[in-house]
Every structure is written in C-alpha cells, then in structure tokens.
Design a protein around this ligand. Structure first.
Ligand SMILES: Cc1ncc(COP(=O)(O)O)c(C=O)c1O
Length: 359
C-alpha cells in the first residue's frame, strides 16, 4: 500500500491510525456483528458513541457545561443561515468581518435574510489581510459579531479572537482543534468536519445555552439549535458514520497530546514552509507575515506560466491536490492536523528539484 501526501483543502487527509481503526471495525462494530453504518441512530450503541464523542471533544477544547454541543448536517454553509436565523432579528442584525471568500459568503447569506451588517471588509486587499479593529463599523446594537478564524482560500488567519463586547460567533471550519481556544469568549463556534474533524457530512456547533431560543414557526425545526439540542442532535437521521469518524479523530488528537501538541506541530510545519518560501526568488506567498495561516498556505511561482506543470509533476510525485482554489489560481498546501511534517519536507524537496529543472 502506498499512501501519498494529500494537500487537499477538504475533504482532507485523515490520520492513518483513524483509517486503520475504521477499517478494523468496518464489518463488526464493538461485537454487534454489523458496521456502525448499519445501527440505528436511536440505539443504545449509538447513544454511547454520541456520549463518548461529545465527552472527548469537551475535554479537548475544555468546553464548559454552559455550552451545548451539537452535531448537525448541512455543512458550515448551512450554519451561514442558521447563525442569523437563531440569533438575529431585523432590528438587531449580525455584524460581519469579511476577510475572505467564506466570510463573504456568510455575510451574503445573512444579508439575503435581512439580518446582516457589514462591519469591515478587506476585499480591496484581495483578502490578503484582516481589517484593523479600530476601523470596524460596529456598535453595541448588533446581535453578534461574526468572523471566520481561518480563511481557507486566501490563507489568512486570526492569531487571537477579536476583542468585542458583542456575542462572538466564529466559523472555525478550517482551524478548529488545530490550537487551544478559550471557548468562554464565544457565543457560538461552528465548523464543518472535512478538515480537522474528519469526514464530510457532519457539522459541529458549540452554542452557549442562553442563546438557544424559540424561532418563528415558519423556520423549519431542523434549523433550530434549541430543538436540535433538545433532541440530542437527532431530530432526524444524522450522518452517523461521519459522527463516528469524528469520535475517532477526537480520540486520536487526545492520544497525540491534545490541541496544544497539534498547535506545536502545526506551527513547526507552517514555519518550515513559509521560511522556505521567503528564502526563494522562484516561489512566493503574498500574505503579510502577521496574517499568515498555519493551515492553508497559498503560493505561486514568479513565472506563473509554470503553475500547470508544477501541479501535474507534483501529483505524479505523490504530492496530491496542490492546485490553488479556482478563484485565486496558483498553488495551495493545506496542512491540517493530519498532515505530518514529513509531508512538508517532501513538498520542499520537490519544490527545490522543480526549481532546479524549470528555473
Ligand atoms: C472556512 C470555511 N467555511 C465554510 C466552508 C463551507 O463548508 P461546507 O462545504 O461544509 O458547507 C468551508 C469549506 O471549505 C470553509 O473552509
């Protein structure tokens, strides 16, 4: 068996021990004589799985009891609507910091519902920066302040959560569990699974319980955090296998030393690649150092006509999915928790070799 290094932004590479455990349990989950995919989401076995998974996540992120943990479907994109539907009203809208494509999408969806206010945007910088706090157009009359902690496409990341008196809401789809976070600072944290939580299909929402409220009857029950909380995230049939994989990922993070250890490894990986890019006259990364992501590192070749050749030769060398997002071009290395430092070393070795042949 040959495992390549997969730099895909999501669905992304998964830790080998998680895949092996899933393989070993595929046909017979815990002696039940069937796979976890085949058991009822209302069975005692699934109750135990859900309980264990939530408990492990609570330990990893030190989530206090005052917060509900929801495992939902629909991806982070569904949360772009659920956040305003559950928190805002036409006279108390959500304020949005737009510093990349995903925060723009979140803003546009909330705006369509008549529930959004643009606090700041860095679109004029090509989303290569984060708007300075002093320039935000925001006051105390908003239901929340929304930001995306890591912009997966342009590769910019908040070092710290923004300081605000408002309820803080964060889309952490592409950096959750990659570093410690003080959950107490947040009203809501949400994240799609397919980067650091595992398999696409399940979406995590951590919601401070005082924010759970009844919604207008025209809003479908599935969109209500309060109803989902009451139903143990099982108002309808959830993506059970993705939920199971999330549990295996949480176990793997805990066994690997927790989010502090993930942060140390992620810093080392990112700094190694940025240092190489900064020394190079052949490659470049256009994001100022203070905004650089530790999860997604876009880079270009100064001679852009070489991008296609780089991507296809890298693929042939076992370095997969380095093509940048279609909206920005170039290359992007997504190096989430499950990417080992060996993957970064192999990428740099390939980049050196490519430069010596094409430069
Ligand atoms: C930061 C961020 N938010 C939201 C999304 C959308 O997630 P989904 O496809 O799960 O709806 C993505 C997808 O990659 C993302 O990176």
């Amino acid at each position: 068996m040959t495992r390549i290094f997969n730099f895909c932004a999501g669905p992304a590479t998964l830790p080998l021990p998680v895949l092996e455990k899933a393989r070993d349990e595929m046909l017979d989950y815990q002696g039940l004589g069937m796979s976890v995919m085949e058991i009822s989401h209302r069975s005692a076995a699934f109750d135990a799985l859900a309980e264990k998974t939530e408990a492990c996540l609570r330990r990893l992120l030190q989530i206090p009891d005052e917060y509900a943990v929801l495992f939902l479907a629909g991806g982070a994109t569904t949360q772009f609507a659920q956040v305003p539907l559950n928190l805002a009203s036409p006279d108390k809208t959500g304020a949005y910091i737009v510093d990349g494509s995903w925060s723009k999408k979140a803003f546009v969806i909330a705006q369509r519902l008549g529930l959004a206010h643009l606090a700041a945007s860095s679109e004029s910088s090509g989303f290569k920066s984060i708007p300075t706090a002093g320039d935000w157009d925001v006051d105390g009359n908003h239901a929340y302040l929304h930001y995306v902690s890591n912009e997966t496409i342009s590769g910019v990341q908040f070092r710290q959560p923004p300081e605000t008196g408002l309820t803080l809401v964060s889309d952490m789809s592409s950096d959750i569990l990659s570093r410690p976070v003080d959950v107490n600072k947040f009203g809501v944290i949400y994240a799609g699974a397919q980067k650091n939580i595992g398999q696409a299909g399940i979406t995590l929402a951590v919601v401070r319980k005082d924010l759970l409220r009844d919604l207008s009857p025209v809003v479908p029950d599935l969109q209500s955090w309060k109803i989902q909380h009451k139903q143990g995230s099982r108002l309808n049939t959830p993506p059970t296998y993705a939920w199971y994989i999330a549990g295996l990922i949480f176990d793997w993070i805990e066994a690997s030393g927790g989010v502090e250890q993930m942060a140390r490894l992620n810093r080392e990986k990112a700094e190694t690649l940025y240092a190489y890019l900064d020394r190079s006259d052949f490659y470049r990364n256009g994001v100022p150092a203070e905004f650089r992501s530790h999860m997604n590192i876009p880079f270009q070749i100064v001679d852009e006509s070489l991008h296609g050749r780089f991507i296809s030769e890298a693929e042939a060398a076992g370095l997969s999915s380095l093509k940048g997002h279609r909206s920005v071009g170039g290359m992007r290395a997504s190096i989430y928790n499950a990417m080992p430092i060996e993957g970064i070393r192999a990428l740099i070795e390939f980049m050196q070799d490519f430069e010596s042949r094409a430069g």
